[in-house]
Design a protein around this ligand. Structure first.
Ligand code: URA
Length: 278
């Protein structure tokens, strides 16, 4: 065995994490020893998906300069969204259609897909994350990459709820380039849609995934360590919704320790107990 061999699984694990975070291009994964199905298969899958998504985006592209004087493609004025207020699924469908036309911030330019959110409009439980990553952008669905797999396990194996019975959304609906932090103008443009999603669904409880979603929902600058572990309150449109902040699944993947996982389990268990009583 070469002295480098024991390191290969570690390097590959790191690489998978980098892929999840959308930074894989920077470390040239093709220079690593190939392994059947991984990461070569991943790269092939992603290249194929990228090509398909690029074709789709090209077909749906606006004529250049559409929407704004000055030709930057941004919309300067937009009618506010108005739900019909009778059927949650229908209102979410209308909101999604409205967001598909959104050109309020520059993120629409590079996205392959709008990642609106998905799940059961009649659910009692909503999960809110930060923003789509590469996998989500390519597939148009929230939490479908590695962090999404972990989230699915938390919901299905941990909480014993089918993933399709909850609703999952993000603060931003379009992927920020290279998964950078959402910027204030992007949040200003995008969060009315999230607020509408919450107002339409009227969940009994929300799990905020990570510092970003927690800070936005609770209007605070506190860190996730201070926020997680207990319920906070979101007041919206006459509703008082308990919010449980917990670590973001991507963080859990990075810090895959017993302690971190135990904390997440503690947080979601409180939500399970809350749902039993409400
Ligand atoms: N991270 C998020 O915050 N949201 C997703 O949809 C995927 C990864």
């Amino acid at each position: 065995m070469s002295p480098r061999e024991p390191l290969i699984p570690l390097v590959k694990d790191y690489l998978r994490q980098e892929m999840t975070l959308g930074r894989w291009q920077a470390i040239a994964p093709e220079t690593l020893p190939p392994e059947p199905g991984d990461p070569k298969a991943y790269l092939e899958k992603i290249t194929k998906a990228k090509k398909k998504a690029a074709e789709k985006a090209k077909a749906a592209a606006l004529p250049s300069g559409a929407g704004a004087p000055g030709g930057d493609g941004l919309q300067k004025v937009r009618q506010p969204f108005l739900p019909k207020g009778q059927d949650k699924a229908e209102d979410l469908r209308l909101l999604r259609e409205y967001m598909l036309e959104c050109r309020q911030c520059p993120l629409f330019k590079d996205r392959h897909n709008l990642v609106f959110g998905s799940g059961d409009p009649e659910t009692k439980l909503m999960f809110i994350g930060e923003a789509p990553g590469e996998d989500e952008d390519l597939q148009g669905e929230p939490f479908v990459g590695r962090a999404g797999e972990l989230l699915t396990d938390i919901i299905e194996k941990g909480m014993k709820i089918p993933r399709k019975s909850v609703y999952i959304a993000n603060v931003l609906k379009c992927r920020p380039p290279m998964n950078r932090d959402p910027q204030p103008n992007e949040i200003d443009c995008c969060t009315p849609a999230l607020v509408w999603q919450i107002k339409i669904i009227r969940p009994k409880v929300i799990i905020a995934l990570g510092a970003f979603a927690s800070r936005y929902l609770l209007n605070t600058r506190s860190g996730i360590n201070a926020l997680r572990g207990s319920f906070h309150t979101l007041r919206l449109d006459g509703m008082t919704i308990p919010v449980m902040p917990t670590y973001h699944p991507s963080y859990v993947l990075r810090e895959y320790t017993v302690e971190v996982r135990r904390k997440v389990w503690n947080d979601v268990l409180q939500v399970v107990e809350y749902l039993k009583k409400n």
